[in-house]
Write a protein that binds this ligand. Structure first.
Ligand code: ATP
Length: 330
């Protein structure tokens, strides 16, 4: 039986995790879940939001399914998500965004894959108070990290039959840092003559995304722009409730929805488990459970097609009604 770390998180985390575990069980997939808690609720008992046992569990099992984890603001803790990605060297953040049936959006036929560098940029967290009135934050971009994420994007394009990689930077302003990211993408592109290569500035990219998103295929971005642009892409396909994600490194992979812990709707049986479920479906594909993955995906798509959906995407089903409808289709 495959052993997988399951990080339950907080806010809506436990509800959507339970929903997804039930669906996977109903599909007949046998997983030995190594359940780990993290986030605001464990600080009281263990002193930190991401105890070592969680990292050790992922290192043991190599794969994790993770729901959102809140990092308390202004209490001196480093973000759990950032720490997890950094400690496990999960350098690639992969966020495929495409339209789902029954989810009304402004544009149709969107099929964009966001590939975001996950370990450096302003997320390196190197900040200092220069004096009372000045703060400084250092943006780190290295050749090795930029090249490996560019290679990841092009390899993904080849393996998944995609046509184009578009690198997104602000290299006209951040000439050295974004300039290096761009240079690494250009160098990598030369090794993949069958994949077309485009360059765009991040401000123009945002405008193009809201005016004509169908022009984009794979977007390759440094960490911060990747964070922002992937939320635009989530908005294009119907919002955070359906936006899936994965953090992939050489040794480990952590699958998680793009959204946060949504404290405003926590504990009310209102959360949409789709983003978490789609992330789990990718995890099943990753572990070789492709048949079960496509059965679950079909059940999800059919449920949405029938108009059974949660409030965030215009429906009236609760999280548990939606979950049960998917299970009934399995
Ligand atoms: P973070 O900083 O952790 O990303 P955030 O507060 O910026 O958190 P979210 O927690 O993702 O963002 O919530 C943003 C909005 O989207 C909230 O109104 C929330 O209720 C809604 N939302 C997020 N995820 C879901 C979901 N799975 N189902 C329904 N609504 C959701």
């Amino acid at each position: 039986m495959t052993k997988i770390t399951l990080i339950k998180g907080d806010g809506i985390g436990p509800e959507i995790t339970d929903a997804v575990v039930k669906i996977i069980e109903a599909a007949g997939v046998k997983i030995d879940w190594d359940v780990q808690t993290a986030g605001a609720d464990v600080i009281e008992k263990e002193g930190v939001p991401l105890p070592d046992r969680v990292l050790e569990s992922v290192k043991r099992n190599k794969i994790a399914l993770k729901s959102p984890v809140t990092t308390p603001i202004g209490k001196g803790f480093r973000s759990v998500n950032v720490q997890l990605r950094k400690e496990l060297d999960l350098y690639a953040n992969l966020r495929p965004c495409y339209n789902l049936p029954g989810v009304k959006t402004r544009y149709e036929n969107i099929d964009i894959v966001v590939v975001r560098e996950n370990t450096e940029d302003l997320y390196a967290g190197i900040e200092r108070q220069v004096d009372e009135n000045t703060a400084e934050s250092i943006k780190i971009i290295t050749r090795s990290a930029s090249t490996r994420i560019a290679e990841f994007a092009f390899d993904y394009a080849v393996k998944n039959n995609r046509k184009e990689v578009c690198v997104v930077t602000k290299a006209n302003i951040c000439k050295l840092s974004d300039g290096l990211f761009l240079e690494c993408a250009r160098e990598t592109a030369k090794k993949y003559p069958d994949i077309s290569f485009k360059e765009i500035l991040v401000d123009n990219c945002c405008m193009q995304l809201v005016q004509n998103p169908n022009q984009f295929d794979i977007l390759l971005l440094p960490n911060l722009y990747g964070d922002i642009v992937s939320d635009i892409c989530a908005g294009l396909i119907g919002g955070l409730g359906i936006a899936q994600g994965a953090n992939i490194g050489k040794d480990y992979a952590v699958f998680e929805p793009v959204h946060g812990s949504a404290p405003d709707i926590a504990g009310q049986d209102k959360a949409n488990p789709t983003a978490m479920l789609m992330s789990a479906i990718e995890m099943l594909n990753f572990t070789g459970e492709n048949k079960a993955a496509s059965r679950i995906k079909n059940a999800l798509l059919k449920t949405l097609e029938e108009g059974i959906k949660t409030a965030d995407i215009g429906g009236s089903a609760s999280c548990s009604e939606f979950t049960n409808a998917i299970i009934a289709k399995l």
